[in-house]
Design a protein around this ligand. Structure first.
Ligand code: ATP
Length: 454
């Protein structure tokens, strides 16, 4: 076994290593080649240069082709189905259009949660910029050529006769060593502009730079106005929007999101989200405030909210309501997000003014009470300091205040449940919030004086 395979064996849990070998054996029996591709091979190589680089095995990409570089139609799907029989605990998801299948474990005692992607070596072409690629079975070399960067275009052969051989047709190893991110052909960013986002991400993640020629291709794609074409074509082909959303998510989840976002904004690449979207200092500070707000109020969150979701929502609040909601729909954001954005635009137009004028605690509470925490954080970071203070105070103090009296107390005092009951409790709550009662006795005295028991 050679160095890279040994590294792989040492880094995989034994059941996963065994799985890879069983998959390779099944492929060999059918006279197919099986390769490990994608980030995992790159990271194994990076690890050879830089021992501190962690390898995350959250997904594994395998590719099948025929011996001597021939195409195997549906080889990936076939192999996934065969392994599903050997591993009954898995679920298989087939994507015939792309000739791929995923084998998925969920909370498995041995494999944990893991997805292994089986693809058939394929070539693809883009009918027009940003479209979903049209796919045809082909050899591993062509499969690697359709990839984004040289450092992502490696394949490690898992089957005999060349088991352990690294396929590096485009000089990826040299680029990794020299810390350069390089596309495989000049058309690359036109075919798929989301590679612009990927390029910036990899420069940060791999502590690399854009290779000079690649930088000029990237600038040319941004300056070409191709983003307009994507916006008009996207209703026909949602492919580019799906990839864009994935890249935005990657970016806003990463520890270096602030640097990446700034770099993309400086390049003018935010226009792929919307032509009018820019990042000024104010917006950037608001985004940092969201990040802090989510950490600070973590313990008040009733449901989990992903940081990237709310950061993206904040970006969209910069657009007017119609455009922001259109972008959110194009990116297929969740119902929750769409709902929050709808509410945000309405709140900004109709309610914010009232909040700025409210001085009484009970009034502020009645304005903020219907909204959940992510929404409140969103509104707070976009508002003036005085409003922001009110919202923070609402979250940490006023939302926790319980009225001095409850229904049981009223019954004990001789009141019977009736529509008046609700009215009394509401009044007690308002006065409690506004600090009018020093203690329970004062609350009881107020009720007895103003409402007669039926
Ligand atoms: P990581 O998730 O660690 O950044 P990865 O390489 O596994 O790395 P994925 O986004 O899962 O990242 O992509 C898997 C592989 O698919 C990449 O290594 C690359 O070869 C290819 N790929 C992904 N997106 C594109 C794209 N937009 N254009 C071309 N190739 C792509």
């Amino acid at each position: 076994m050679n160095g890279l395979l040994l590294d792989l064996r040492d880094r995989l849990k034994p059941p996963l290593w065994e799985f890879i070998n069983r998959a390779a054996k099944q492929a060999e029996e059918r006279r197919w080649n099986l390769y490990l591709v994608g980030g995992i091979v790159r990271d194994l190589l990076v690890h050879q240069f830089d021992d501190r680089c962690p390898i995350l095995f959250t997904d594994i990409d395998l590719v099948v082709d025929g011996f001597e570089g021939t195409a195997v139609t549906n080889g990936g799907i076939e192999l996934a189905k065969i392994l599903k029989q050997l591993y009954p605990n898995t679920r298989v998801e087939i994507h015939p259009k792309f000739q791929t299948a995923d084998l998925i474990w969920k909370h498995d005692p041995e494999f944990d949660s893991l997805s292994i992607d089986f693809a058939t070596a394929r070539t693809e072409y883009y009918p027009y910029p940003g479209a979903s690629p049209v796919v045809r079975a082909s050899s591993i070399r062509q499969d690697l050529y359709r990839r984004d960067f040289t450092v992502n275009a490696f394949a490690l052969q898992l089957t005999q006769p060349d088991r352990g051989k690294l396929l590096d047709f485009f000089g990826g190893r040299e680029d990794l060593k020299n810390r350069l991110i390089r596309v495989l052909h000049p058309q690359s960013f036109f075919d798929d502009p989301t590679r612009i986002y990927r390029a910036v991400r990899y420069t940060l993640r791999l502590k690399s730079e854009l290779e000079a020629q690649t930088r000029s291709y990237l600038n040319a794609a941004i300056d070409s106005g191709i983003h307009r074409q994507i916006q008009t074509e996207q209703t026909k082909v949602p492919g580019v929007q799906t990839r864009l959303k994935k890249e935005i998510k990657y970016m806003l989840e990463a520890p270096y999101w602030q640097t990446e976002l700034k770099q993309l904004a400086n390049l003018g690449a935010l226009k792929f989200i919307h032509p009018q979207l820019t990042l000024d200092n104010r917006l950037f500070r608001q985004m940092q405030a969201i990040d802090r707000g989510l950490r600070r109020f973590h313990s008040f969150l009733k449901v989990r909210i992903d940081r990237w979701v709310i950061l993206l929502e904040l970006l969209l609040t910069r657009l007017d309501a119609e455009d922001g909601l259109q972008v959110a729909a194009n990116l297929q954001l969740s119902e929750d997000s769409l709902d929050r954005l709808h509410k945000f635009y309405r709140f900004r137009e109709h309610t914010l003014e009232r909040l700025s004028q409210s001085q009484r605690t009970s009034e502020i509470v009645s304005v903020l009470q219907p909204h959940d925490l992510p929404f409140l954080i969103l509104i707070a970071v976009c508002s003036s300091r005085s409003i922001r203070r009110k919202i923070w105070q609402y979250i940490t103090q006023w939302s926790q205040i319980k009225p001095m009296l409850n229904g049981e107390d009223l019954k004990r005092m001789g009141y019977r449940p009736s529509p008046q009951f609700k009215e009394i409790l509401e009044e007690v709550k308002i006065r409690t919030l506004d600090g009018e009662f020093g203690d329970r006795t004062q609350a009881e005295t107020f009720v007895l004086k103003n409402y007669s028991p039926q």
